[in-house]
Design a protein around this ligand. Structure first.
Ligand code: NAP
Length: 315
C-alpha cells in the first residue's frame, strides 16, 4: 500500500524514538530489502529516502535500485558503510550526526583508558570471585601524567584530548596533516606517534583509507608497556596483528569498543586477561542516542521541506 507520504527504506534497526517519529510522517519500509527482496522490488521505485546507521551498508547496487532516491540520512557520525561517491554521482546528499556524540565517545575512550590501565573490570571480577581474602590485587599502571597519542584529531579526538589534559596527560596526535587549531605535538604517522607514547587511542573514520593502518609495526613501536584503545572502527586496526601483539607481549593491553566483524568478537580476544571489551557503545547513552535520532529526523524533515540540510557530509 502506498499513500501520499514520502516512502523511506530503513536499512538498519532504528530505535523506537526515531522510528515513531518517522512513521508519524513517512511510510517506512523496515529492512524490506533484506527480509523480502521481491517485496522490495515492488516498492523500490517509490523510495525517496534511506535511513541508515553507522554500521549499515548502503552499497552502489542498492542505491541503483531506487531511481527516485533523494536523500540518505545516517544515524551516526561514521558513514563508511554508505557508498557516498555513488550517492553523490546521482545527486543524492548523505547526512550524518556529528558533534552530538562527541562527549559520549570521548567519555568512553577515557573510561577504557582507565579500565585497561587500572584493570577495573578485572578488579571487579577479583572481588566477586572471592580473590580478595586470598591476597591483594596485583598492581596496575598509572594513567595520570602519562603520554597519550590520539590517532585522528577531529571532533571526537579533540574532546578526548581535552579530557586527557585534566589527567595531566602529555597529548600528541597524528592525522593526514597537522591541525592549525591544535597545539599538541603532531607526528606524521601512527607508527612514529606510537613510539612516543604510553597509550594510543584510535578515533579516525573507518573505510578504505584507514583500513588496517594500526598494524604490527605500530604495535611494535607502542611497545611492551604500551596500551591501545580503539573507539573508531574495527577496520582501522589489523585485528589478527593485534591478537598476536597481545599474545606475544608486544603490547601490554587493549581497550576495544569496535571490532572487525561485529557483533562477533574473536575467542582469542575474549580469553585475554589484559583486554577490556565493550560492544560498540561509544554513543550508547539514552541522551545522546535521542539527540542523534532527532538530528537524523531533522535532516530528513529539512530535505522534504526544501530547506538546507543541517549536517550534510562533504561533497
Ligand atoms: P572527524 O571530525 O571527521 O575526525 C576524524 C579525524 O581522523 C580527523 O582528525 C582526520 O584528520 C583524521 N583522519 C581521517 N582520515 C585519516 C587517515 N587516513 N589517516 C589518519 N588520520 C585520518 O570525525 P569524528 O566526528 O571525530 O569521528 C571520528 C570517527 O569516530 C567516526 O568516523 C566513527 O568511525 C568513529 N565513531 C565511533 C563511535 C563508537 O561508537 N565507537 C561513535 C562515533 C564515532 P585529517 O583529515 O587531517 O586526516
Amino acid at each position: 500500500m502506498s499513500d501520499s507520504r514520502p516512502e523511506l527504506l530503513a536499512v538498519a534497526p532504528l530505535m523506537p524514538f526515531l522510528m515513531d517519529q518517522l512513521t508519524a510522517r513517512y511510510t517506512v519500509h523496515d529492512r524490506i530489502h533484506a527480509s523480502d527482496p521481491a517485496g522490495f522490488a515492488q516498492v523500490a521505485p517509490r523510495i525517496r529516502g534511506v535511513v541508515a546507521n553507522g554500521e549499515a551498508k548502503v552499497p552502489r547496487e542498492l542505491i541503483a535500485q531506487m531511481p527516485k532516491l533523494e536523500i540518505i540520512s545516517v544515524f551516526g557520525v561514521g558513514y563508511d558503510g554508505v557508498d557516498v561517491a555513488a550517492a553523490h554521482e546521482r545527486g543524492v546528499p548523505v547526512t550524518n550526526t556529528p558533534e552530538v556524540l562527541n562527549d559520549d565517545v570521548a567519555d568512553l575512550a577515557l573510561g577504557l583508558l582507565l579500565a585497561v590501565a587500572r584493570r577495573i573490570p578485572q578488579a571487579d571480577r577479583f572481588v566477586r570471585e572471592g580473590g580478595w581474602p586470598k591476597g591483594p590485587m596485583p598492581l596496575a599502571r598509572k594513567l595520570s601524567g602519562s603520554k597519550l597519542g590520539v590517532v585522528g584529531m577531529g571532533r571526537i579526538g579533540q574532546a578526548i584530548a581535552e579530557r586527557a589534559l585534566a589527567f595531566r596527560m602529555d597529548v600528541a596526535y597524528t592525522a593526514r596533516s597537522p591541525r592549525a587549531n591544535v597545539a599538541h605535538t603532531y607526528y606524521a604517522t601512527a607508527e612514529s606517534l606510537a613510539a612516543a607514547v604510553d597509550f594510543l587511542v584510535v578515533i579516525t573514520p573507518g573505510g578504505a583509507a584507514t583500513r588496517g593502518m594500526i598494524d604490527a609495526k605500530v604495535f611494535k613501536a607502542l611497545g611492551p608497556d604500551g596500551y591501545l584503545v580503539n573507539v573508531a572502527r574495527g577496520s582501522v586496526v589489523d585485528e589478527a596483528a593485534l591478537i598476536e601483539a597481545l599474545q606475544s607481549g608486544t603490547i601490554a593491553g587493549a581497550g576495544l569498543d569496535v571490532f572487525a566483524n561485529e557483533p562477533n568478537v574473536p575467542d582469542a580476544l575474549r580469553a585475554m586477561p589484559n583486554v577490556v571489551l565493550t560492544p560498540h557503545i561509544g554513543s550508547g547513552t539514552r541522551q545522546t542516542r535521542e539527540a542523534m535520532g532527532q538530528l537524523t529526523f531533522d535532516n530528513l524533515a529539512a530535505h522534504f521541506a526544501g530547506k538546507p540540510l543541517l549536517t550534510p557530509v562533504d561533497r
